[in-house]
Structure formats: structure tokens, C-alpha cells
Design a protein around this ligand. Sequence first.
Ligand code: CDP
Ligand code: CDP
Length: 225
Amino acid sequence: MTCFSIAIDGPAGSGKSTVARQVAKELGLTYVDTGAMYRAITWKALKQNVDLEDESSVARMSQETDIQLSSENGVDVWVDGIKVTNDIRTPQVTSNVSLIASQARVREILVDKQREIAQKTGVVMDGRDIGTHVLPKANLKIFLTASIEERAQRRHRELTQRGYSVDWDQLKEEIRLRDEKDSVREHSPLRPAEDAIHLDTTGLSIKEVVQAILNLSRTKAIGGE
Ligand code: CDP
Ligand code: CDP
């Protein structure tokens, strides 16, 4: 049996996790934040002083790591039983995650976990390679974008609310750099699937984007595609 699945990909700050979480709630599907998994491995590697460039050490550590994502709120994350929801979103993790995500073995291990979840239950899964690689047969594929200015503004607002003082130019440069690293890497780079629907969310509210995706998913479900 294949379960209904929606793949949402796009660059940093395009609104993937916020929108995917709400779409999942509306449709009674499980939200899977694949970025949280790459962040979880990065957090643990930093904590254990694993050399982040040493691919075999990182892979060995990943193999031995238990990652749990909350199916209740789609936000909470546990690594080996420790709740790391906030710890995986620090600037230190954010600036190192693309390096970990560029490593083929880590990706294989996490992609297996992601596919396992999608085999058991209907999902809205967000990331960078969901439509192109993780769920190539997803019922609906969305590629979310927004201008770099808007994405940086969103991130700035979010980080300020969480108590971080952030330099605007530096934040914008970090987002640009992370998108570039994610786009040019060899394994499963960030790019839209050929059959993805592109949604430019510049100037759109969260509610408008959620509604657009719900409308598209209803069309797919009714059409039986
Ligand atoms: O939420 P934000 O856009 O900051 O990033 P995220 O979704 O938490 O993902 C963090 C990082 O994990 C990305 O910058 C990618 O390097 C990596 N990632 C990936 O390579 N493949 C995925 N399916 C999801 C995330
Ligand atoms: O997961 P991704 O990095 O793509 O983005 P996100 O973490 O869902 O969204 C980044 C920030 O932008 C969050 O604070 C959202 O509330 C906000 N956002 C927005 O203001 N308008 C949208 N249309 C989408 C997200």
C-alpha cells in the first residue's frame, strides 16, 4: 500500500516547515521535518567533538543515533532520548549543517528513515530533496520560494523573537551561502523536481500559502493522481 504524500522543498526561510505543519494538520497527515534530522546529527557531532569533515566517523555516529520527531506537534525532536528541539536551531548548528548534509552516507541513513515513515503513514515531508529523491512518487510536489530579502526578513523576525541579536547583512549572507552549498553539492542538491509546482511566496501570508497547497492537494486527491 502506498500512503498519500506531499513533498515540499525549497531554500531556507521559504516557509516550508511552517506551511507543511499546518497542511499536515488540516489533512490529518504526519508532518516530517527532514531538516531537523540533519540538524540533529550536526548537533550530536558537535557535542561529541566528532570531526565534521571525517565522513566515516560522522556516518558511524549517525548509524548509532536514534532520532525521534514528535508526531503530536511536529516540532519536538529527541536525539537518543534527549529533547533537542531548541538546541538543533542554534546559529552554530545552522552554520555547520550543510557540511553534514553534503555527505553521502549520512544522507543514505536519514533517507532510509524518512522513507520508512512514509511507508507507514500519510505524510507532508519538507526538505531539499524530497520531490527529487526521497519520495519521487509523491502525490503532490511543491517547490516553495521567496525573494532572499523576504526570507532574510522572516528569519530576522524569528531569531529576534527568540532573543538572538542578529546582524542583517550577515544573516542575509549566511542564508545565501547555505542555499548555495545546498544547491551545488554532489548528492541530492536542492532543486525542484520536474513535476513540482512552483509557488513564489514573496508577499504571501502563511494562511494564503497553506490554502493554495490545500487546494492543490484536494485536486490531486479527487483526480486520484
Ligand atoms: O529550516 P531551514 O531552512 O533553516 O533548514 P532546515 O530545513 O532545518 O534544513 C537544515 C539543512 O539541512 C539544510 O540547509 C540542508 O543543508 C539540510 N537538508 C538537506 O540537505 N536535505 C533535506 N531533505 C533537509 C535538509
Ligand atoms: O522551513 P523554512 O526554512 O523554509 O521556513 P520556516 O521556518 O517555515 O519559516 C521561516 C519564518 O518565516 C517563520 O518565522 C515563519 O513564521 C515565517 N513565514 C512567513 O512570515 N510567511 C510565510 N508565507 C511563510 C513563513
